[in-house]
Design a protein around this ligand. Structure first.
Ligand code: SPV
Ligand code: MG
Length: 431
């Protein structure tokens, strides 16, 4: 009997999938691959149900003879193993980046004389409704909030990019790349105090208050599903912090990072050029403890940010603080540096990891920007934050456009450097 293979990445079975199965049945024994979570999150939306649940769900469908796990987005390994006579797929995978998978399947099948069958993809009102329900679910606080924990288990390193409004949130949400068969997207968003202040034309000194920061969060959350890490500055007064963490937890933020400074906070990239005061270990530990006590779930993370290297207080101080903050209940440690090389960050990570294997390490490689994610992984880093890059890339582009219009007394000269509006609006989902 001939073998027919198809791979499902879905969390919900709808008419379109059943149609593929009944078509497949006409050609022989039907084998369905279920894409692993690790592979799925490299290019697709995060699964709403676990791999095991998806596996069971597909097993229970009539007409399927065998269900297997597919560990890679590309089918090479699974086709090698099963050698199906046919691969069957909906005809909805010819757009980048799925087109890469399609081409790869065609190539692989041709190596041993297998054949690709494409069936018209069913997209009707029912399927559209299911699609939108799934997306809405992903955005709901209870789904979004806990996802950072899951990502920490699944990803060698969680990659977060700065977002400061709906549009930058959509860029963080939807940008997927493929290089040599490797798919990649950002896992989470960082709502930076620097960028949230800068785009409002304000300095990064905790002047943009929590209500305004919440509005930014709402705007981003309204159009995205990825987990959010909020830059919580110093956390403010402990008496306020305990209320704010509960609100953040309730609206579905996954983590807040607070830095161990007091008084007028200046941006860390100023280092010792601006007057900044580090909090005492005791006082900052009390803030962490109070925050943790106020929470209602195990999911929301309070991450402690150590400013010792920024304020030139030495490695020993940084390490001492890290262990004290973990002891106080911090769910992660962010270590910051403004050096051009990663040496002090690596030294910190190695020393911390000698004793502490579990608590996640977060870094922000803005100044030591030649450091790669794999180098960070090799020193035990769990989350990398690209903290300000969308703001910094937009600013020169906007400024050059303004200059050009003024110089030329018209806008034609800028046209080649700017995106047509019908491209931008493709990012925006219609309900
Ligand atoms: C931010 O993005 O606001 C940060 C990171 O706190 S840094 O600007 O490097 O201090
Ligand atoms: Mg900040």
């Amino acid at each position: 009997m001939k073998k027919v293979y198809t791979c499902f990445t879905t969390d919900v079975i709808h008419g379109g999938h059943l149609n593929i199965i009944s078509e497949a049945k006409k050609y022989g024994k039907v084998i369905v691959g279920v894409l692993s979570d690790k592979a799925k999150i490299q290019y697709d939306k995060f699964p709403i149900i676990s791999f095991e649940e998806r596996f069971e769900m597909i097993k229970s469908i009539d007409g399927i003879d065998e269900v297997v796990e597919q560990n890679n987005i590309l089918y090479d390994e699974v086709l090698e193993r099963i050698k199906p006579d046919y691969v069957i797929h909906g005809n909805n995978w010819s757009k980048y980046p799925e087109s890469v998978v399609r081409e790869n399947v065609i190539k692989k099948l041709s190596e041993y004389g297998g054949q690709l069958i494409e069936v018209p993809y069913t997209y009707n009102a029912g399927v559209a409704k299911i699609d939108s329900i799934m997306k809405e679910k992903l955005a709901m606080p209870e789904y979004r909030r806990k996802r950072l924990h899951r990502l920490l288990e699944l990803c060698p390193i969680v990659k977060a990019i700065e977002a400061h409004n709906g549009l930058t949130g959509l860029i963080a949400e939807k940008t997927v790349v493929e290089i040599n068969g490797e798919f990649n997207q950002f896992d989470a968003m960082w709502v930076s105090s620097l960028c949230d202040s800068t785009v409002k034309g304000k300095p990064d000194i905790e002047l943009v208050d929590i209500s305004s920061r919440m509005r930014t969060l709402e705007e981003i959350m309204d159009v995205t599903t990825k987990p959010i890490i909020l830059d919580g500055d110093t956390g403010g007064q402990t008496e306020h912090f305990i209320y704010n963490v509960r609100t953040l937890e309730r609206i579905g933020v996954s983590a807040v990072i607070i830095e161990d400074k007091v008084g007028l906070k200046r941006n860390s990239l100023f280092g010792t050029e601006a007057e900044q005061t580090q909090d005492s270990i005791e006082s900052f530990c009390n803030k962490i403890k109070a925050g943790k006590d106020a929470l209602r779930t195990e999911e929301f993370m309070i991450i402690a940010r150590i400013e010792s290297l920024i304020l030139e207080q030495g490695m020993e101080d940084a390490i001492k603080r890290a262990f004290a903050y973990v002891e106080a209940g911090a769910d992660g440690i962010m270590i910051h540096s403004r050096q051009k090389t990663p040496d002090e960050i690596f030294e910190f990570c190695d020393k911390f990891r000698e004793k502490e294997k579990r608590v996640p390490i977060v870094v922000v490689p803005t100044s030591y920007n030649s450091t790669t994610e794999s180098e960070l992984i090799s020193h035990g880093v769990n989350i990398v934050i690209y903290a300000n890059h969308l703001t910094r890339s937009a600013f020169p582009a906007m400024k050059n456009t303004a200059i050009s219009i003024l110089k030329n007394h018209r806008s034609q000269e800028v046209e080649n450097n700017i995106m047509p509006f019908n491209e931008i609006i493709k990012l925006i989902d219609e309900l």
